[in-house]
Design a protein around this ligand. Structure first.
Ligand SMILES: *[C@@H]1O[C@H](CO)[C@@H](O)[C@H](O)[C@H]1NC(C)=O
Ligand SMILES: *[C@@H]1O[C@H](CO)[C@@H](O)[C@H](O)[C@H]1NC(C)=O
Ligand SMILES: *[C@@H]1O[C@H](CO)[C@@H](O)[C@H](O)[C@H]1NC(C)=O
Ligand SMILES: *[C@@H]1O[C@H](CO)[C@@H](O)[C@H](O)[C@H]1NC(C)=O
Ligand SMILES: *[C@@H]1O[C@H](CO)[C@@H](O)[C@H](O)[C@H]1NC(C)=O
Ligand SMILES: *[C@@H]1O[C@H](CO)[C@@H](O)[C@H](O)[C@H]1NC(C)=O
Ligand SMILES: *[C@@H]1O[C@H](CO)[C@@H](O)[C@H](O)[C@H]1NC(C)=O
Ligand SMILES: *[C@@H]1O[C@H](CO)[C@@H](O)[C@H](O)[C@H]1NC(C)=O
Ligand SMILES: *[C@@H]1O[C@H](CO)[C@@H](O)[C@H](O)[C@H]1NC(C)=O
Ligand SMILES: *[C@@H]1O[C@H](CO)[C@@H](O)[C@H](O)[C@H]1NC(C)=O
Ligand SMILES: *[C@@H]1O[C@H](CO)[C@@H](O)[C@H](O)[C@H]1NC(C)=O
Length: 833
């Protein structure tokens, strides 16, 4: 029965589509997948659907080929179909590469070069075309490749230059992966009549434990088959159709795979279609047949493009006056938030479930801060499925993941930050099939039960956590095992994880004891505050700040980690600050930077740091002296923490200090690994002018980088709008003088998620000087404690042009070893003032 309400809904949704179809076309135009393809951005630059499992691109041998392709001029080793994006550590995935030859020299099969290390070849840098859902490149051999993907299937087209001898083009399929992690007993079978290749191989995850197996199904089209067979090492034969190959004892797995030769060289090229599955080759074949039945590259590409168009449609901006490079920056950042995680629903061999299954949460330590919160706004339906998948992983593996890739448990970097992810989704009202009671059980288990192996899940040191109220440096822990470092950063993260659990308990209701218990534990960060800790620069000068977090032994004695160790300005490049057993008590950053990581109780922290003025002075020092590095995620919130000290103007200034100086829409424009889109989300949320404090129903308000931005909630269909009055595209007027929300004066410097779901309108009046707006205690974001030591509007004393030191490219903060390294990016002089 069609009701009146329903008709209205349909009409609204049609209108919505009409309006957005037009704007969305533009959005796609601004996406450049090559941003971050050089200098350690490690992005996946190839063709994929949003969250797609098939990710097709040319793989190169450059040092930072974690995402497959780079624009650093490496040589192409093949065209593979599974990838991650922006990850550090060793290269991820890159499974089952094709490699094309126009012909084998002298028409002799063995004179085609089969092994990856020998066959690799340079490419024409000008030939690279990267668009959402599409990638094209021409090799030095003259072979032009282009490609697109469906959910599990990639379609490659190889066009060959005319060869003098009119030889037989050959395409090989390699059982390798990017990191050469293949294990024993990979197999391939080639069907003589059709050329279909099926098989599987076992690989290792790139930042985790265990192993995983992938299956494939490849088919070819475009010319009659001349012959086919298998290769191993540097030799091939058309007489052998099945291969089972060992890993071998040398570094790099033994070369092995299949090949097919064609009787002619069609001008339209040859098509190679490959689907992957984690279940079976049969499943891969049925995906291939269902998803790209007729090998139609144009249609498949158009479908991929419209999938992206739809994803980007909810956010429209006014481009008036704005430098196109910023628009590209913005939409490309948004695009990168939906490349990973990957939707492996229906492909999980680990357990039987009707719940969705997502993989490549790589890692939550990166994505909990702004990427997943961003998806709560832009793509809540997908985030809902991701959360269901996290909870289902708890159900079947016993624990929420902290990092997960390729069906394996990834390494935990700090706290159990899935607790923050779940809480953030919960308080922002995600529903749709999420079993929140089970989700709550999962986060409580993180807080209460210590796993045997807390390198991969949960938390370590829980006995100490409960009895001492901190994770001690050199803890005595016989119940569970993991790297015994990071006691300070783990304590701070555990404390915030507990804060989030308390929030969730509060929301679910009937859990008063838990609310009290976890709120209490969320104060544990205070136990590591050493009020007499000083901080000297490396030349001996005093920074002038006293009172820092510090490691503490079980007997209560303080450790002596220098607050600047592991900061960007630490001159000792041999110091390790990641997961090495010799690492420091802070993960990938300094005591200085972790000194701000109390997201639940900024009021108490501000009081410790001498009130808002002392806090702001310290936060400025952190940024101005290069102590923090925007290329690593713990820095994200520090850009906006001025809000808590009643100085929202300084957050606005600071975000312009970093964007575009440290994030620019060029190949080497990212300040480090994109980390599965974490950096992209920082750009997107900073530029849209609402930055989350994840786990809380809070967005900190700064002026968007555009005159107008509108975001339509895919759940309610309502459109939230932010307008800047007195918008200044030169970004001198970036200070909010006054604001209205739905026409009513609004003085709070933050807003909650109902802004998006209820489609409110925020109008900001901008000026060139800091104002009193958002500066009074009653304007500040929520904090566990009361704000003390504030005057009545700290901003009134700051009615002048604000000056900060100009941004300079921070020194490389990459850490050797397992770490997701944070590499440096290009610097472009900021013109802030
Ligand atoms: C989208 O574009 C259309 C036509 O240019 C315009 O009328 C409409 O206001 C735009 N929508 C938004 C939300 O900006
Ligand atoms: C890259 O390929 C070119 C030819 O295309 C070759 O001359 C060069 O040696 C290769 N470089 C490496 C490092 O393999
Ligand atoms: C590989 O295959 C051989 C022979 O079939 C078998 O003995 C061996 O256990 C297999 N290895 C693995 C790791 O499965
Ligand atoms: C736009 O930004 C780019 C990159 O920062 C800069 O090179 C260019 O000059 C700017 N264009 C205008 C018109 O300001
Ligand atoms: C994930 O894949 C499943 C199965 O193909 C599909 O039903 C679901 O809609 C997908 N989810 C997203 C967010 O794309
Ligand atoms: C140490 O370095 C700081 C900052 O570069 C500088 O201001 C100070 O004068 C230096 N102190 C000494 C003793 O050289
Ligand atoms: C506390 O333990 C640390 C580390 O074992 C030790 O260096 C220190 O001397 C101890 N302090 C006291 C007061 O016993
Ligand atoms: C920050 O780092 C840059 C580049 O490494 C350097 O030029 C600049 O002087 C540094 N600033 C401070 C305050 O140390
Ligand atoms: C800031 O100063 C200007 C001119 O000096 C004045 O008009 C304005 O009212 C002041 N704003 C605040 C918030 O004090
Ligand atoms: C803040 O305002 C209140 C009420 O207007 C006043 O009683 C109090 O003294 C003021 N405090 C400061 C620090 O100005
Ligand atoms: C902005 O601040 C500057 C420097 O304090 C002052 O000269 C100017 O009058 C202020 N402008 C406005 C519009 O308040």
């Amino acid at each position: 029965m069609v009701t009146k309400g329903r008709v209205l809904l349909v009409v609204q949704s049609l209108l919505y589509r009409l309006v957005f179809a037009q704007n969305a076309t533009d959005n796609l135009r601004y996406v450049d997948p090559l941003i971050g393809s050089a200098n350690g951005g490690n992005v996946f630059a190839g063709a994929t659907l949003p969250y797609g499992m098939a990710k097709a691109v040319a793989d190169v041998d450059s040092e930072s080929n974690q995402g497959g392709f780079t624009t650093e001029g490496g040589n192409v080793t093949g065209f593979s179909t599974m990838h991650d994006s922006g990850t550090g550590g060793s290269p991820s995935l890159g499974n089952f590469a094709f490699f094309p030859y126009a012909s084998c020299p002298g028409d002799e099969l063995d004179r085609c070069v089969f092994p990856k290390t020998a066959r690799k070849i340079h490419y024409d840098a000008n030939s690279v075309v990267a668009k959402p859902g599409y990638f094209g490149i021409t090799l030095a051999s003259g072979v032009a490749a282009d490609m697109t993907t469906a959910q599990h299937t990639s379609l490659f087209r190889f066009k060959f230059p005319a060869t003098a001898d009119g030889g037989s083009p050959l395409i090989l399929l390699d059982l390798t992966d990017l990191a050469d992690s293949r294990q024993d007993n990979a197999t391939i079978s080639v069907d003589a009549a059709t050329g279909r290749m099926t098989g599987n191989a076992k690989f290792l995850p790139s930042f985790g434990s265990g192993s995983w197996t992938a299956f494939f199904c490849a088919d070819f089209k475009g010319a009659d088959i001349r012959d086919n067979g298998i290769f191993v090492n540097s030799r091939a034969s058309a007489d052998v159709k099945d291969l089972k190959v060992s890993r071998g004892i040398n570094s790099g797995a033994l070369p092995g795979g299949g090949f097919i030769r064609f009787a002619s060289t069609p001008v339209d090229g040859l098509l190679a279609r490959i689907a992957v599955s984690l279940i079976s080759s049969e499943q891969a074949c049925s995906s291939a047949e269902a998803e790209i039945p007729t090998f139609d590259l144009d249609t498949t590409r158009a479908t991929a493009e419209s999938a992206w168009r739809e994803k980007l449609a909810p956010i429209t901006i006014s481009t008036t006056g704005v430098n196109t490079s910023l628009i590209t920056n913005f939409y490309s950042g948004i695009y990168r938030t939906m490349v990973n995680p990957q939707n492996y629903t229906g492909e999980n061999p680990e357990w039987q479930s009707s719940e969705p299954y997502f993989d490549s949460f790589y890692c939550l330590w990166d994505s909990f801060r702004s990427q997943l919160p961003f998806l709560t706004i832009l793509d809540p339906a997908s985030l809902t499925q991701m959360i269901r998948s996290l909870i289902d992983t708890y159900e079947h593996e016993g624990w929420l993941p902290d990092c997960r890739m390729s069906l394996c448990k990834g390494y935990t970097q700090g706290g159990s930050n899935a607790d923050v992810v779940l809480t953030d989704g919960y308080i922002k009202g995600l529903k749709d099939g999420i079993d929140w009671e089970k989700g709550y059980q999962a986060v409580v288990k993180d807080a209460e039960v210590e796993p045997y192996d807390w390198s991969n899940e949960g938390r370590g040191g829980l006995d100490s956590w409960k009895s001492l109220g901190y994770i001690p440096t050199q803890d005595f822990d016989y119940k569970g095992f993991g790297t015994m470092t990071r006691s300070v950063s783990r304590s701070l993260e555990y404390a915030y994880n507990d804060f989030c659990i308390a929030r969730m308990a509060n929301g679910l209701g009937g859990k008063d004891d838990d609310v009290e218990k976890y709120t209490e534990r969320s104060n544990n960060w205070k136990n590591l505050y050493y009020k007499d800790q000083r901080s000297l620069l490396f030349n001996g000068s005093d920074t002038g700040f006293t009172g820092f977090f510090q490691g503490r032994f079980m007997n209560g004695t303080w450790n002596t980690q220098d607050p600047l160790w592991c900061s960007t300005i630490d001159p000792d490049t041999s110091r390790v600050c990641s997961l090495q057993s010799t690492g420091q008590e802070t993960f990938e950053s300094s005591l200085w930077e972790y000194g701000f990581y109390v997201p639940g109780d900024q009021a108490a922290l501000i009081a410790l740091y001498g009130g808002p003025e002392g806090f702001v002075k310290r936060l400025n020092y952190l940024h101005d002296k290069n102590i923090t590095y925007i290329g690593n995620e713990p820095s994200f919130l520090t850009v906006f923490q001025y809000h808590y000290a009643g100085r929202p103007a300084l957050s606005a200034l600071r975000s312009h200090f970093y964007i575009p100086s440290f994030f620019s829409p060029v190949h080497d424009g990212l300040p480090g690994n994109d980390d599965s889109g974490a950096m992209g989300s920082f750009v997107a949320m900073s530029m849209m002018g609402l930055f989350p404090n994840p786990g809380q129903n809070v967005y900190l308000i700064t002026p968007p980088f555009f005159e107008r931005i509108s975001i339509t909630s895919p759940i309610t269909g309502k459109t939230a709008v932010i307008r800047n009055l007195n918008f200044d595209p030169s970004y001198r007027a970036i200070y909010i003088q006054s604001a209205t929300l739905d026409g009513v004066e609004y003085t709070k410097n933050w807003i909650d998620h109902s802004f998006f779901t209820e489609g409110k309108e925020l109008v900001l009046t901008l000026g060139r000087n800091e104002s009193a707006w958002g500066t009074r205690v009653q304007d500040l974001p929520p904090s566990l404690s009361e704000y003390v030591g504030f005057g009545n509007g700290t901003g009134t004393g700051n009615n002048k042009t604000v000056v900060v030191e100009r941004g300079r490219r921070a020194r490389r903060n990459a850490r050797v070893g397992l770490a997701e390294s944070a590499d440096m990016g290009g610097f472009f002089a900021a013109d802030l003032l």
